[in-house]
Ligand binder design. Structure first.
Ligand SMILES: [Zn+2]
Length: 166
């Protein structure tokens, strides 16, 4: 397979996949995993919150709430923002679970993503207002017995979370 990318700076075709320097202007190209945040929200009874994805990719499958970090946004801030946007709540952010490298299909490309997982809880009496654009339904699954998740990084993080939540 030939690499079809072009230089960001001068537009010349790149002869190789990053990391490489543009043969025309010398600009150095790198491909780095993009950070995302994902929330393992626990209910205090050994269950975590899952959303059923309403959008591609992987529509119809279960996921933990979250999304991409914006350019200069701290991951913890992105985690709180995503909870407000997707769930309509101010979560209480807990311990960091870990980072996992995964793939995300977007605009016809498979991008490397670095998924950062945090534990979280809901404030007492919180009412979820799940964004219907993002999720068609939500439910609570046993942390020790999760369903297959939309992304493999979620499966891995949930396995580690069981140990951490001990
Ligand atoms: Zn160039």
């Amino acid at each position: 397979m030939t690499f079809a990318g072009h230089c960001f700076r001068c537009g010349a075709a790149l002869s190789a996949a990053p990391p490489c320097a543009c043969g025309s202007c010398g600009y150095e190209h790198y491909l780095n995993a993009r950070p995302t945040v994902s929330l393992i929200i626990l209910d205090g009874a050994g269950r975590f919150l899952a959303l059923r994805r309403a959008r591609a990719p992987r529509a119809g499958l279960w996921e933990t709430p979250g999304g991409f970090c914006d350019g200069w946004e701290e991951p913890a801030d992105a985690a709180r923002r995503e909870a407000r946007e997707e769930l309509g709540v101010d979560i209480e952010l807990g311990d960091f679970v870990g980072m996992y490298l995964g793939g995300y299909e977007f605009q016809g490309e498979l991008l490397p993503v670095l998924d950062c997982f945090f534990f979280a809880t809901l404030p007492a009496g919180a009412q979820l207002l799940v964004d219907a654009v993002e999720a068609s339904e939500h439910t609570w699954f046993p942390l020790a017995d999760p369903p297959p998740m939309a992304f493999e990084t979620m499966d891995r993080a949930l396995r580690d979370a069981v140990v951490r939540a001990g």
